[in-house]
Design a protein around this ligand. Structure first.
Ligand code: AP5
Length: 226
């Protein structure tokens, strides 16, 4: 990821963390990037899960696709991102996590940003072999209220099944099964990999070795953003 005009204009980068398959570590690395660069962090997956839990009209429309491991329609997702990016906290820089996931979403994002006179500075490509992902996905446990994420083997909580901070129970995501992962990976290869090519042509992609340990991946992220 190259820091380009957006940073010069704003002093803070605009980063996309969408280039990586399920379980590649996007959600693990985003909080670190958010804190280090004082960015607003918008994760479309988290926003959609909140809408599903609240049974909003958007959530009702999104639920079926999410349960099957398919992508939600571009119009729905671009609508929630457009709305969220208007928040004052997102005006000086943002990290988009899990967005854009189709070339159509990327083009719509470009149009939105052009109106604001800014550009994407870096796109993080979490490159990883599919064979590593099933263990990561099926071992993940989350604390729904905070979004804190654990892994039975790679990042276990102090007490199994319990959030370290609140002591509340952890849950597994409904789509974190080996069967649904297959569909999610199919969607990734078919619809999201072309997005990485789209940004390669713009010269803003930084490829990460996402199979490394979380700490090593963090160091790679810091290097490409420095
Ligand atoms: P979303 O919530 O975005 O899910 P995803 O892309 O499938 O990504 P994950 O959250 O599963 O993985 P991650 O890369 O964040 O991994 P994590 O860091 O947690 O999307 C869900 C659904 O919403 C989609 O299927 C779709 O239906 C819909 N949707 C969302 N955005 C959309 C969009 N733009 N357009 C259309 N539909 C959209 O890591 C996973 C586990 O591995 C954790 O337990 C972690 O502790 C562990 N781990 C992380 N890094 C490492 C490491 N380096 N080494 C070992 N373990 C690690």
């Amino acid at each position: 990821m190259n820091i380009v005009e957006g940073r010069l204009l704003s002093g803070r980068p605009r980063i996309l963390n969408g280039g990586g398959p399920p379980g590649s570590g996007k959600g693990t690395q985003s909080p670190m990037i958010k804190d280090e660069y004082c960015l607003c962090h918008l994760a479309t997956g988290d926003m959609l899960r909140a809408a599903v839990a609240a049974k909003t009209p958007l959530g009702v429309k999104a639920k079926e696709a999410m349960d099957k491991g398919e992508l939600v329609s571009d119009e729905l997702v671009v609508g929630i991102i457009d709305e969220a990016m208007k928040k004052p906290s997102c005006q000086k820089g943002f990290i988009l996590d899990g967005f854009p996931r189709t070339v159509g979403q990327a083009q719509m994002l470009d149009e939105m940003l052009e109106k604001q006179g800014v550009k994407i500075d870096k796109v993080l490509d979490f490159a990883i072999d599919d064979s590593i992902l099933e263990e990561r996905i099926t071992g993940r446990w989350i604390h729904p209220a905070s979004g804190r994420s654990y892994h039975t083997k790679f990042a276990p909580p102090k007490v199994p099944g319990v959030d370290d901070v609140t002591g509340e129970p952890l849950i597994q995501r409904k789509d974190d099964t080996a069967a649904v992962l297959k569909s999610r990976l199919e969607a990734f290869h078919k619809q999201t990999e072309p997005v990485i090519d789209y940004y390669w042509k713009k010269g803003v992609v930084a490829k990460l070795h996402a199979e490394k340990s979380p700490k090593e991946v963090t160091e790679e992220v810091q290097k490409v953003l420095s």
